[in-house]
Design a binder for this molecule. Structure first.
Ligand code: ADP
Ligand code: MG
Length: 397
């Protein structure tokens, strides 16, 4: 599916003032950005706008301010400094978002300038999509650009608001994310192998449901596998389990069978007696999990089975680790799966979800993947087949 909204390419921005919502919600430690992935992801659009001669005003949220006014530890200044460092551009910053000071700074923006506004969430009204906020922001510029994929699923003032007052188009990151994460459902190269893990069936039911509609094989791992085991009549000991979701898991298995989608569940597991850094694992088959043991990772036979399925894939979508990868002795299954995806160089591999992306980074395999989504919640909503409010608000192509 092609992206169906206008982008910065479809509108004349030269000599115009452009207000762009980016996702600079980066982790900070002692006032320094510790992971600049999201800032880097916004640079192609910023550079394009600058080269076209637009005056650029950037805005973002950062962290979770209370919304009662400025909170010094959540200022966007460090993100603005990081942008300057990464691009070599002169980046201006104003410690205001909706007041006179911000309005004056925006009025002074000349073609080629880049100004960063203060954290949009220092005011509660932003999250509520208050029309006053939207009008104020729109008054700063001629054109609105949304490139904040990570918040595009939120109908908030700085995400959807300005689109009601000035022409609104997508930036390159938003376009690429939406295009990538929707095209796998429209016309994937086959076989399409989807891998879903993580902790809970309940948080992934929409994802599983939509994947069964288009994948050829669905690989299941992580804590959610145990609720599927219950649906198959196995006992799961003290493993993570959601009794209220056993029926839903059973329905997924039935749906997959009816559609001819192959489901792979763990055939063996690494289990232990308690959850902790010092826990010791042992391998047991899936139909023999002792009553006092919990599953923490997929076992070696499962690793081999999953790696083989992954090796034969032409398209791969992966969300959710195969085990408790934060603890080294239970990270092996996730690592083997990540390595198998990385080794299949001919396939299109798309990774989404906060912890899955963290796992791929931990194993240093990020550059072997075709696309790593920058948005956790937003990418999951696309994979569930939902439309994103931020995208909906943009001009149709
Ligand atoms: P993502 O962020 O990629 O969408 P999730 O948030 O759904 O992934 O799941 C990640 C979490 O699942 C990790 O914190 C991991 O420790 C946990 N997890 C994986 N396997 C198990 C398991 N067998 N038991 C308990 N937790 C698990
Ligand atoms: Mg997560």
């Amino acid at each position: 599916m092609a992206f169906t909204k206008k982008t910065v390419r479809d509108i004349d921005v030269s000599g115009k003032k452009v207000l762009m919502r980016v996702d600079f919600n980066v982790p900070l430690k002692d006032g320094v950005v510790t992971d600049d992935t999201r800032i880097r992801a916004a640079i192609p659009t910023i550079t394009y706008l600058k080269e076209q001669g637009a005056g650029i005003i950037l805005m973002s949220h950062l962290g979770r301010p209370k919304g009662d006014g400025p909170e010094p530890e959540l200022t966007l200044k460090p993100a603005a400094d990081k942008l300057a460092e990464l691009t070599g551009y002169d980046i201006k910053f104003v410690d205001d978002t909706y007041g006179e000071k911000a309005a004056e700074a925006c009025a002074a923006v000349e073609p080629g300038d880049i100004l960063v506004l203060e954290n949009v969430r220092f005011l509660k009204a932003e999250k509520k999509n208050d029309p006053e906020i939207a009008k104020k922001l729109a008054s700063y510029a001629d054109i609105f650009v949304l490139d904040a994929f990570g918040t595009a699923h939120r109908a908030q003032g700085s995400v959807v608001g300005p689109a009601a007052y000035i022409p609104a188009v997508a930036g390159f990151l938003l376009e690429k994310e939406v295009d990538t994460l929707t095209s796998i459902f429209a016309d994937p190269a086959r076989p399409f192998v989807a891998i879903v893990g993580g902790s809970k069936v309940s948080s992934k039911i929409g994802v599983l449901d939509h994947l069964i509609d288009s994948a050829d094989t669905l690989i299941i791992g992580g804590g959610m596998a145990y609720t599927f085991f219950l649906a198959k009549g196995y006992t799961v000991g003290t493993s993570l389990q959601e009794p209220d979701w056993v029926e839903a898991a059973g329905k997924m298995l039935e749906k997959a069978e009816a559609k001819g989608v192959k489901i792979l569940l763990p055939i063996d597991n690494v289990v232990t007696d308690h959850f902790g850094e010092d826990a010791v694992g042992e391998v047991v088959d899936s139909d023999r999990i002792p009553d006092d043991r919990m599953g923490m990772d997929i076992g070696p036979k499962t690793e081999a089975l999953y790696a083989e399925a992954i090796a034969g894939a032409a398209t791969i979508f992966w969300n959710g680790p195969m085990g408790v990868f934060e603890i080294d002795q239970f990270a092996h299954g996730t690592k083997v799966v990540a390595e198998a995806v990385a080794a299949n160089e001919a396939c299109t591999s798309i990774i989404g979800g906060g912890d899955s992306v963290a796992a791929v980074n931990k194993f240093d395999l990020a550059d072997k993947m075709s696309w790593i989504s920058t948005g956790g919640g937003a990418s999951m909503e696309l994979v569930e087949g939902k439309a994103l409010p931020g995208v909906e608000a943009l001009l149709d192509a």
